[in-house]
Design a binder for this molecule. Structure first.
Ligand SMILES: [Zn+2]
Ligand SMILES: [Zn+2]
Length: 275
């Protein structure tokens, strides 16, 4: 994972006229306080945040933060890279039982980020990730929560396991990284695709091709901050207040006005997470 740098934070962008949500952020990994991050985002029309926990402790923190800030909702899970680190199968199952308890809290709207990450994962890690992914799918369905998927270099297995288990009614691919063919596959199943700052990168034409074919009714925007700062601010710290930069680039790719895309994104995010 890229680390945040000491470079100065990018300036506040021009505010959105139609407010939207950052569908995926990690406030616990950003320098400003939650109050500062929420206020900066709201000042440019990013009025709702989904705070994502990646291990048990951070999931607890996400739930506490969502309880304390009305505009913050929580998602809880063991990240796919965390699943193999928990220990043996019994420890993993014990941690999953704790995630299930957190997921039942009213301010927790989603189970995730879960899924598969084959970027630097050996065979044993893959087995733990797949077990964990299946368990998260079951929790989301049992509790009627949205499922937030992290899919890195694992498209085929993610799609296969979702079909084997049966995806929850509301399923979100965070930091969507598939191509246009996969976007059509997701669209046919009614799965949401959340685009992050990397859609603005010069070398990301395949991602823009995917966004171009994704139905406007299924598109979300996110920062995944502190990671994936959008162009032209690459290398500087990312934060929810930079959503307008990515959304404007997305509107251009889709040939839509900024307001029209923002209206879709606002409604889609509320529908996907159920708020
Ligand atoms: Zn992720
Ligand atoms: Zn994330």
């Amino acid at each position: 994972m890229p680390t945040s740098t000491q470079q100065p934070a990018p300036p506040l962008p021009e505010p959105l006229r139609v407010p939207v949500a950052d569908s995926h952020t990690h406030l616990d990994m950003q320098d400003p306080s939650v109050g500062e991050a929420v206020a900066a985002a709201a000042s440019v029309g990013v009025t709702t945040l989904v705070q994502v926990g990646c291990d048990l402790e951070r999931s607890r923190w996400a739930a506490e933060t969502a309880a304390a800030f009305p505009s913050v909702h929580a998602a809880v899970a063991l990240h796919p890279n965390e699943a193999p680190r928990v220990g043996d199968r019994a420890s993993l199952d014990a941690a999953l039982a704790e995630i299930e308890k957190l997921a039942a809290l009213p301010q927790v709207l989603a189970v995730g980020e879960t899924g598969l990450d084959y970027f630097r994962t050996g065979e044993e890690g893959v087995a733990a990730q797949q077990h964990s992914f299946r368990a998260h799918i079951a929790i989301a369905k049992q509790l009627g929560r949205a499922l937030v998927i992290h899919d890195r270099d694992a498209h085929e297995d993610v799609l296969r396991i979702l079909d084997e288990e049966g995806a929850p009614e509301r399923t979100v691919f965070h930091c969507y990284s598939g191509d246009a063919a996969m976007a059509r596959h997701c669209a046919a199943r009614g799965w949401y695709m959340s685009f992050a700052g990397n859609v603005t990168f010069k070398n990301a034409q395949p991602l823009r091709d995917a966004l171009a074919v994704a139905p406007a009714e299924l598109v979300l925007v996110e920062t995944d901050a502190p990671f994936l700062t959008p162009a032209p601010y690459r290398g500087r710290p990312n934060a929810p207040y930079l959503v307008p930069v990515t959304l404007r680039a997305m509107a251009e790719t889709k040939g839509m006005s900024e307001d029209a895309l923002a209206e879709h994104v606002a409604a889609n995010t509320a529908r996907a997470f159920g708020y």
